[in-house]
Design a protein around this ligand. Structure first.
Ligand SMILES: [Zn+2]
Length: 332
């Protein structure tokens, strides 16, 4: 692999400030799209820039291989989060900087670096005539802003995007190149817990009537047992078991990842690091494979109407009209 060639392309790619979270960078987005367009068309790809109504252009490039029987579609994104040197970067964040064998720049691990590995690899395979598949690339520009138009674009271009395999280039690089072959799904849900129609004066009612925040935290505390297991009946029922094969196959890879990243994120006192490799790997799988139930948002919405009469007459004690406390749960 021509690492030098890859780095030189990467330094061009990261130099565009293709920030999608701020409209001020629209000209940089356009430059990035032009750059990708040129990159693919110069290597014999058919390129189409799909313009959305709300989102930044989506670059679609395809390459047909004479003897290919199957098609691989690679997804990636060219947009990045903002970055300023004053945020604590050692060098300019949009300049590729190499230090002790590592590359630093905004987008290097999300997602310019990864998608360019796929692009560059395909270019190399074309050059050496080793390519065995038809290849399609779909590179969008709003991953960082949760592109709400991409699904429509995909539906509209369904036949164009037809493929036998889809490769998501936007995964983690856990210190070693890896291909993720499955991901957990996720969804958000909102729970409302109402104990009274209105907020009540704590001096008068405190301790005497149920309090929504307290009742809800009692409920939340029952979601997990002391061993981090979700206690909702049937929660793990449809989850695949971690197989011995998976454990073996990932042993070195994940234990390395564990030692280098997870362990430094955990408070040493609370988490014993001198555990066996098997246990470490199981821990990783808990994080990556087994369903979990994360509580990551607790916005408390209270109104300040105080209708003591309603409460005293007990008419609306269980009325759920008003959001005394609302909590969002994120289930992965
Ligand atoms: Zn990403």
């Amino acid at each position: 692999m021509d690492i030098k060639g890859y780095k030189s392309l990467l330094s061009e790619f990261v130099s565009f400030k293709s920030v999608s979270t701020d409209k001020a960078y629209i000209s940089e987005i356009q430059k990035t799209v032009k750059w990708l367009e040129k990159l693919f068309s110069e290597r014999g790809f058919s390129v189409e820039v799909i313009k959305g109504t709300r989102c930044n252009p989506v670059v679609f490039a395809s390459y047909e291989t004479e003897s290919a029987k199957e098609t691989v579609l690679v997804y990636g994104h060219y947009d990045v989060q903002p970055a300023n040197k004053s945020d604590g970067w050692e060098k300019e964040p949009f300049w590729l900087n190499e230090k002790k064998g590592k590359l630093y720049a905004r987008g290097v691990v999300d997602n310019k670096g990864q998608v360019l590995i796929h692009i560059f690899t395909v270019f190399e395979l074309i050059k050496t005539q080793e390519i065995k598949y038809d290849v399609k690339f779909l590179i969008e520009g709003n991953e960082e802003t949760s592109n709400d138009e991409l699904a429509d674009i995909i539906k509209k271009n369904k036949s164009k995007l037809k493929a036998d395999y889809v490769l998501i280039s936007d995964g983690e690089i856990p210190y070693k190149p890896s291909i993720e072959y499955s991901l957990r799904g996720g969804f958000n849900t909102t729970l409302k817990y109402t104990t009274a129609k209105n907020n009540l004066h704590s001096g008068i009612f405190g301790g005497a009537v149920p309090s929504a925040p307290y009742e809800l935290t009692k409920f939340l505390s029952k979601l997990y047992n002391g061993k981090n297991k979700v206690m909702i009946p049937g929660f793990y029922k449809k989850a695949d078991k971690v197989t011995l094969e998976q454990l073996k196959g990932n042993k070195n890879h994940w234990s390395d990842f564990f030692n280098k990243s997870i362990s430094v994120l955990l408070p040493k006192k609370k988490f014993k690091l001198q555990i066996s490799n098997e246990k470490k790997i199981k821990k990783i799988f808990e994080r990556n494979k087994v369903p979990s139930f994360l509580r990551n948002k607790l916005p408390i919405l209270c109104d300040d109407k105080s209708n003591v009469y309603d409460f005293l007459s007990n008419k609306n004690f269980e009325d759920d009209q008003s959001d005394i406390l609302k909590v969002e749960l994120f289930i992965k």
